[in-house]
Design a protein around this ligand. Structure first.
Ligand SMILES: [Zn+2]
Ligand SMILES: [Zn+2]
Length: 387
């Protein structure tokens, strides 16, 4: 057996698939007839509602709950439209450097032309175009044939769309849910962070961003090991500019009148961390941890599977507290940066740790990359009070 084989799955990310919501502000700059707009809206709903995503339509500049998107309906299209049946001549999603965005345009002039050539209803085509551009806002710039994210359309795709066969495929659906949840979560944190009030930084050094981890030691592991792991995790997170406040919490019914910090209503920087005595159902024995991102409660919680930590430490002749610390830090990374897309080819957010990661881990060098550190701070940092 090769000792260089990738040896363990660090974590799995579970997502609570709740009904999510997009609020779309429609700016009808091209005077598209009301009836056409209404028809297009019902096409968009027919595509997103089966995914358990509610779509709310607002007037231009109005905002609503969930992910807010601005949609402009225009007559003119982008300059240099060379392929007339390309979806992207009929619409455009504004995404910065491959990162999903929140503004899209639909070009009704090109849409009418396409509808005429294919004897289609312009309202329907407008609906498909809007759904396609919303797809780009959530999934990024890529196209894939056989789905609503197909790059160009012909009579066949149009017919499939009309029959409701053309929608988002399985992997696109999962990615859309993840993206919606992460962005709703980030928006909630941003809003809550704002309400902390803004104070000018008194020092020239960058203040640390505070997070509170509510630890529930379900595995009953000894305090000495837990404290050593917390110390190590504090050091790794500190390098990324985060300051951790560890709370020793117990499971039980919530009692909001209690003065225990574990019982207070969680804020945007509060997370639950469970050290579990078993592996979660459906995970393999080498899964060290998992993260649950909950879009309803705007609260993430993470778990560490202690038996897997012990097994991995034994196999790699590593200290238990070091493996535990690194697993905790990895999950904190998911709590703040989101699901599997937070994984990276190097550093502590590598999805599957191999020999190189364990080597780095043993000398305390398995950390967040500089870019991740910046992202971690920006998720919570805006407006967080510094003292
Ligand atoms: Zn992970
Ligand atoms: Zn496209």
């Amino acid at each position: 057996m090769s000792s260089k084989a990738l040896v363990c799955v660090v974590c799995s990310t579970m997502t609570v698939f709740a009904a999510e919501r997009m609020s779309i502000a429609v700016c009808n700059q091209g005077d598209v007839p009301e009836k056409t707009v209404a028809g297009a809206e019902s096409v968009v709903e027919a595509i997103f509602n089966p995914l358990r995503i509610d779509v709310a339509w607002n007037g231009c500049e109005e905002s609503g709950s969930g992910l807010n998107i601005i949609l402009r309906l225009r007559r003119d299209g982008p300059a240099g439209s060379e392929r007339a049946d390309s979806l992207d001549v009929m619409g455009m999603a504004f995404t910065a450097a491959g990162v999903a965005g929140s503004r899209a345009d639909a070009y009704f002039g090109a849409i009418e032309g396409f509808a005429r050539r294919h004897q289609a209803d312009p309202a329907e085509v407008l609906g498909y175009v809007v759904a396609h551009e919303l797809g780009h806002l959530l999934l990024g710039p890529g196209h894939s044939a056989g789905s609503i994210m197909s790059a160009s359309w012909n009579d066949k795709t149009l017919e499939a769309a009309r029959q409701r066969w053309l929608t988002f495929n399985q992997s696109q659906r999962a990615a859309i849910h993840r993206e919606l949840q992460v962005r709703t979560l980030q928006a909630a944190r941003w809003t809550a962070g704002q309400s902390y009030g803004h104070r000018p930084a008194s020092r020239t050094t960058q203040p640390k961003i505070k997070i509170n981890l509510r630890v529930i030691n379900e595995a009953n592991l000894e305090q000495k090991t837990l404290q050593k792991a917390q110390k190590e995790a504090t050091a790794i997170l500190g390098l990324a500019g985060l300051e951790v406040n560890w709370l020793a919490c117990e499971d039980g019914r919530a009692d909001w009148s209690s003065h225990s910090p574990c019982q207070q209503l969680p804020g945007p920087a509060d997370f639950w961390l469970r050290i579990r005595p078993h592996k979660p159902a459906g995970s393999d024995s080498e899964t060290l941890g998992y993260t649950v991102l909950d879009s309803i409660q705007n609260l993430g919680s993470a778990g560490i599977c202690y038996p897997a930590v012990e097994a991995v430490a034994r196999r790699h002749r590593a200290a238990i507290h070091q493996i535990l610390a690194a697993a905790i830090v990895h999950e904190v990374g998911h709590l703040l940066l989101g699901g599997t897309h937070a994984h990276s080819p190097q550093g502590i957010m590598v999805a599957r740790w191999g020999a190189r990661e364990f080597e780095l881990l043993s000398i305390g060098e398995l950390r967040f990359t500089a870019k991740q550190a910046e992202q971690l701070r920006s998720v919570l940092g805006n407006g967080q009070k510094s003292e």
